[in-house]
Design a protein around this ligand. Structure first.
Ligand code: ADP
Length: 177
């Protein structure tokens, strides 16, 4: 029997680079050149080989993702997902959902059983955090309902406000076991 969705979803508060998942997702920019925020933390922890590997796969338009080795990270892979720079909710909603789905698809293709996501686009890219949280959870849940892989998804929040937001939403949906 298929594993229930609620046992495939986890919530974590802290630094994504500390997670021992098969793949961690970084919120990248189209040039895949590294940057600030979560991408800066991932590139520092992975080491300088990461930027060489990611730039070789650029450009990566918003809504898409690319996968590389994790180099010095505990994670085997880094998935570089590019979210939208926020302009308006109607057009950007789908692009943000696609950034999650493209990442999940790459994880599945590469047999990454566990994947952790940061709150893509909610930092410098300015996506309103409540909407971003709903879009992220909907995209992941829809994917998990339709696919066996990846088996586990962790929502990694770096700020306690985001952690509270995800906890509330996941509890509302009865998705926290
Ligand atoms: P974007 O450009 O997509 O907005 P940012 O890196 O600016 O990306 O922010 C995305 C999210 O990543 C924000 O919610 C921010 O709090 C979070 N973040 C920053 N550093 C880390 C980290 N080390 N681990 C996990 N999340 C992080």
């Amino acid at each position: 029997m298929a594993t229930p969705i609620e046992s495939r979803i986890r919530l974590f508060l802290g630094d994504i680079t500390s997670l021992d998942c098969d793949a961690i997702v970084t919120a990248a920019n189209e040039a895949l050149r590294g940057g600030g925020g979560v991408d800066g933390a991932v590139h520092s922890a992975a080491g300088p080989e990461l930027v060489r590997a990611s730039m070789a796969l650029a450009p990566c338009p918003a809504g898409e993702a690319r996968i590389t080795d994790g180099f010095n990270l505990a994670a085997k892979f880094v998935i570089h997902a590019v979210g939208p720079i926020f302009h308006d909710i109607e057009t950007d909603r789908e692009t943000l959902a696609n950034a999650y789905t493209s990442s999940l698809s790459l994880a599945a293709e590469n047999n990454a059983a566990s994947v952790a996501f940061p709150c893509i686009s909610t930092g410098v890219f300015g996506f309103p955090p409540d909407s971003a949280c709903e879009i992220a959870i909907d995209a992941v849940v829809n994917w998990l309902r339709a696919h066996d892989q990846p088996e586990w998804v962790t929502f990694c929040c770096f700020q306690s406000d985001d952690h509270r937001r995800y906890k509330e939403r996941l509890t509302e949906l009865r998705l926290l076991s």
